[in-house]
Design a protein around this ligand. Structure first.
Ligand code: FES
Length: 362
């Protein structure tokens, strides 16, 4: 049995239910209190100054298009700042100036665009309360017609078609805003050299000694073959790395792992037999997947592990990929020993190091 008792007016409602069914059904009375506060409804509508005074309306309109034009100035300013404050030299002060002025330009562009849009909406677009009724999601033809009607009304009330200065300045600002982003892409490519040539060559060359990497710009001592014991791993850079214009860029391409294995476990094809020296092999440290440093060496299995996505390379077998997303073996640096017992490269890498790129096989 269920019973609902409700007093006249808006006082307490009592709901009681009694079970005649299975054990466990609810039995009891619920007391529902009326809302403590009555819905006050919408406050009385107050007209804005732009609704009452034509001069204020014109001023607001002027502000809106001035802000949109200011946004264009900001976007163009960011482009000019990028051109007039270049950072190709790598000088820290130049990089700071470039970042600051490009940032100021883009901030102005975005801020003025945002403030202009908000001011347009608050001061000039139609200002009346409306109730948006909810309808089922699939729309029928009447709904679509109603939607088209809404667009027409919105266009009329916002003045999008009528206020041509505001509309055109907004379109201009929106077109100009992405331009700095496109311009910044230029900074990804070198200024005066073919990027493909740069990617294909490193500082390794015939006779360049292998030296220890001491981190950052620092180059350690050249390495003798006798320094490298079986199982040891050296992080190696060209001895002449300090002469590079962009030391870190060159290091990023030329960095090598030097490992000594038992000569009996190394599998070398005939044409590579001269690339190693008494079990010492040198492989690029740049992962062929997306370029992380392959720095984890498993001495007993002769596996090199890339910590980024777990690619594994077999050092005893030409650094072939044995697991993971990398698709190519690590390039091998051909090495030998000079008259004084130092390890030297006998040439540059014979293929580009690091991840693939479109022109790699050109
Ligand atoms: S970068 Fe080495 S596995 Fe992805």
């Amino acid at each position: 049995m269920a019973e609902v008792a409700k007093s006249n007016g808006d006082e307490t409602a009592v709901v009681s239910a009694q079970s005649h069914g299975t054990v466990g059904d609810a039995v009891g009375t619920a007391v529902i209190s009326p809302d403590a506060v009555e819905n006050p409804g919408l406050p009385p509508h107050r007209k804005r100054i732009t609704d009452l005074d034509e001069k204020s309306e014109r001023t607001a309109e002027r502000w809106v298009y001035v802000l949109f034009y200011l946004s264009i100035v900001g976007s163009l300013g960011a482009v000019l700042a990028y051109m007039f404050f270049p950072m190709e030299s790598g000088d820290l002060w130049e990089i700071r100036l470039n970042n600051m002025f490009v940032g100021v330009g883009m901030t102005l562009a975005l801020l003025a665009l945002g403030i202009g849009a908000v001011h347009w909406g608050k001061a000039l677009m139609a200002d009346h309360e409306s109730i948006d009724e909810r309808h089922p999601v699939p729309s029928n033809s009447e709904t679509r017609e109603a939607a088209a009607e809404v667009f027409t009304v919105a266009d009329q009330e916002s003045g999008f078609s009528r206020r041509t200065l505001v509309r055109n300045s907004l379109i201009g600002a929106l077109i100009a805003f992405p331009i700095p982003g496109i311009t910044l892409l230029r900074g990804l490519a070198p200024q005066d050299q073919d990027p493909v040539v740069l990617l294909k060559h490193t500082m390794w060359d015939s006779g360049v000694r292998l030296a220890r990497d001491h981190g950052g710009h620092h180059v350690g001592a050249a390495i003798r073959a006798s320094d490298v014991t079986i199982g040891s791993v050296f992080h190696v850079v060209p001895e002449n790395l300090g002469q590079a214009t962009n030391v870190l860029d060159e290091k990023a391409k030329a960095i090598v792992l030097l490992i000594r294995l038992d000569p009996d476990v190394i599998k070398e094809p005939e044409d590579r037999k001269s690339w190693s020296y008494d079990g010492i092999v040198a492989y690029s440290k740049v992962c062929t997947h997306v370029g992380c440093p392959v720095a984890l060496n498993e001495q007993h299995t002769h596996h090199l592990l890339c910590p980024c996505h777990q690619s594994q390379f077999d050092v005893s077998d030409q650094a072939k990929v044995i697991f993971g997303p990398a698709k190519r073996p690590l390039p091998q640096l051909p090495i030998a020993v000079d008259d004084e017992g130092y390890l030297i490269a006998t040439s540059d890498f014979t293929e580009p190091v690091g991840p693939s790129f479109w022109e790699r096989l050109k």
